[in-house]
Design a protein around this ligand. Structure first.
Ligand SMILES: Nc1nc2c(ncn2[C@@H]2O[C@H](COP(=O)(O)OP(=O)(O)OP(=O)(O)O)[C@@H](O)[C@H]2O)c(=O)[nH]1
Ligand SMILES: [Mg+2]
Length: 630
């Protein structure tokens, strides 16, 4: 029926120059082939200006038989003529119709002068696949010869099997094998056309027509020989390519030796026609190769590059140097370092006030480093909760803000949380609301001012934060000079705060940017002051939380013990370490002070920077001043 409708003898349309056949929804590839075959009879006769359209052939047979003989049940065949093109619309009954079915656009097949081109849409609205076939292809299911004129058309040609919409249309690279001769294109069918280089690149072999075979892949074909413009399509999956195989065996195709070798070694499709003697020799050769170089064996012939490189190395007689081993960077983990443990882990541990050090390790004779000993301390829950409540230790600003502190202020924790007024609230302890006044400095004991007021002195190593603490306690920043350079304070400085209290800033001991004799003089002066000063009511011995107690600190403690001077340990710069380390340090120092009689509890923990613990310290010091008779 469609043939009849498309025939020029019908007279319903002109013979068009470009016959087109469209097959719609033809899922079975085999049907698509037959469609082209049936059409080919017309095309071969030179009916150029015909268009055939079949549609609605969902099954494989639908579209095909429509062209061959209009199977009943197929929805319709359309052929249209317009100008040079003749189009006929044929309804289900085979009658010609002028009405173009709305689906006609989905199923088109057009023939060029020498080829057929089919546009297949699975469903209307989807992306269309354009496929083409030449007359030879229509005849034999392949592209055999391509006319000069149909060069541009044939570029889009693909084999009939691509009508099988369920399968991936084969790609160019899938079939190409380059040969050395220029402008000669050899397809699997053996057909050549010197001028159809560009066209043929798009062509695919006949085997695509076999619907039961999966579309060939790149690796199935790609043997590339030296020439540019000649392509030999080879597929080991194409069993119809015997002619090519023969040519290859005969050595007609340049570069076929490689292929032959490839096949002879049983490395291609496994169907090699090698004689037994050849096999035996190959086996011996293989064995030898394996012995020589296990890497260069022929077991992996596909990796030609690698093989070549490796063989080169072997052939050239160069002994392979073992690759230099990279030194692995070994990170030694301190087994006692529990700094990465969470604070809660420590809380969950035994809540006694004793320093928990792993006794088993200690008793085993393994000497722990001081740092490891420190990390092994398990602070008591009471200390940890104190640290947490006072936001001691290194914290993020967000934590302060969540707790209600204004982080825009200096020493924000020295404030009442969630205060409504933006300014800093007044100091709760009246003694520290007064103005801090410097009134005396002494480098020798004879220069000390008269002991009229009760004094609270701040002692400690250089740079521990003595001067800063004075400023923080009084919130009068800059009255006492501070510096990050140890040794700034080189004399005993006396500050009055109100009529009833005197704060004394002592020079530091230990490391300082000063001459040794000068430092020794400071130390002697401090020792003399803490041991002989009449009005001295309390010495705040400042210890850097990060570094803990040092021998010089212990020396001073011993001195104060001997002179029965009351002293209180103040951990400073708590903001520089993790909260758990603040707690550990507190535990450690408390342990050290157990036997000390002049040591006043509790241990204070402060940070002049964040203001943590400052309010507590103020209260403690105010009590000292209150209960002291002047
Ligand atoms: N992060 C932090 N830094 C602090 C704290 N207290 C003081 N500092 C810094 O420590 C450095 C030394 O502070 P000072 O108050 O001058 O220390 P000092 O004990 O008086 O030092 P000398 O006068 O040399 O004995 C300064 O740079 C301070 O800013 C603190 O609580 N936290
Ligand atoms: Mg100072």
């Amino acid at each position: 029926m469609p043939v009849r409708s498309s025939s020029s003898n019908e007279g319903a349309f002109k013979v068009s120059r470009k016959p087109r056949v469209a097959v719609g929804n033809s899922k079975g590839s085999g049907d698509g082939v037959r469609t082209l075959r049936s059409k080919d009879s017309d095309v071969g006769k030179g009916h150029r200006n015909k268009r055939f359209a079949t549609e609605g052939s969902k099954g494989s047979s639908g579209g095909v038989r429509t062209l061959e003989g209009m199977k009943k049940g197929s929805r319709g065949v359309q052929s249209r003529g317009n100008g040079n093109d003749a189009v006929a619309y044929v309804d289900v009954n085979g009658k010609l119709s002028d009405t173009c079915d709305r689906r006609k656009r989905d199923f088109k097949m057009k023939s060029g002068s020498d080829g057929l081109e089919a546009v297949v849409d699975g469903k209307s609205g989807r992306k269309r696949k354009r496929i083409s076939a030449g007359p030879g292809m229509a005849e034999y299911g392949m592209f055999d010869g391509i006319d000069k004129k149909s060069r541009s058309q044939s570029r889009r040609n693909v084999p009939n099997s691509c009508l099988d919409s369920s399968k991936r249309p084969p790609r160019k690279k899938d079939f190409e094998v380059k040969d050395s001769s220029r402008n000669t294109f050899v397809t699997e069918s053996g057909g050549t056309d010197k001028k159809s280089r560009s066209q043929s690149r798009k062509n695919t072999p006949n085997s695509c027509l076999h619907s039961d075979k999966k579309p060939p892949r790149k690796n199935d074909f790609g043997l590339k020989y030296s020439s540019r413009n000649t392509f030999v399509t080879v597929s080991d999956k194409f069993r119809g390519s015997e002619s090519l195989d023969n040519k290859v065996r005969e050595g007609k195709i340049e570069g076929a030796g490689k292929l032959k070798h490839f096949q002879d070694n049983g490395l291609g499709n496994g169907k090699s026609n090698i004689s037994d003697s050849r096999k035996a020799s190959l086996a011996t050769h293989k064995e030898t190769n394996q012995r020589k170089n296990a890497i260069g064996s022929v077991e992996k012939p596909c990796h030609r590059k690698d093989q070549g490189k490796k063989n080169f190395g072997t052939d050239s007689g160069l002994t392979e140097q073992p690759p230099k081993k990279k030194k692995k960077r070994v990170i030694r983990i301190d087994p006692y370092d529990t700094s990465n443990k969470r604070l809660n882990d420590d809380i969950s541990n035994k809540g006694n006030n004793q320093v928990q050090i792993d006794k088993t390790e200690e008793s085993s004779g393994f000497e722990m480093s001081k740092n490891a000993q420190f990390r092994a301390i398990h602070p008591s829950s009471s200390i940890i909760s104190f640290v947490e409540d006072n936001l001691l230790g290194r914290r993020r600003d967000i934590e302060f803000r969540r707790a209600g502190y204004n982080t825009e202020l200096s020493a924000p924790l020295d404030n009442i949380p969630f205060s409504t007024i933006p300014e800093r609230e007044r100091i709760e302890v009246p003694a520290f609301r007064n103005k801090l006044e410097f009134f005396a400095a002494a480098k020798i004991s004879s220069s000390f001012p008269p002991p009229d007021l009760p004094e609270i002195a701040f002692a400690g190593r250089s740079n521990v934060g003595k001067s800063s603490l004075l400023n923080a306690l009084t919130r009068q920043w800059g009255v006492v000079r501070t510096s990050d350079k140890p040794g700034l304070t080189q004399s005993i400085n006396f500050f009055k705060i109100g009529p009833k209290l005197c704060l004394v800033d002592l020079p530091g001991y230990g490391f300082a940017y000063a001459k040794e004799e000068v430092k020794e003089a400071w130390e002697e002066l401090v020792k003399e002051y803490v041991s002989t000063r009449v009005g001295l009511k309390r010495v705040c011995l400042l210890i850097d939380t990060k570094w803990g107690m040092k021998p010089r600190d212990l020396e001073l403690i011993d001195l104060m013990e001997r002179s029965e001077t009351k002293y209180q340990i103040v951990l400073t710069k708590t903001d520089t370490v993790f909260p758990v380390d603040v707690a550990r340090r507190a535990m450690q120092i408390e342990e050290n002070l157990k036997a000390k009689k002049s040591a006043v509890q509790p241990l204070m923990m402060v940070s002049s920077k964040t203001g943590a613990g400052i309010r507590s310290l103020r209260t403690v010091l105010a009590n000292v001043a209150r209960f002291v008779r002047c």
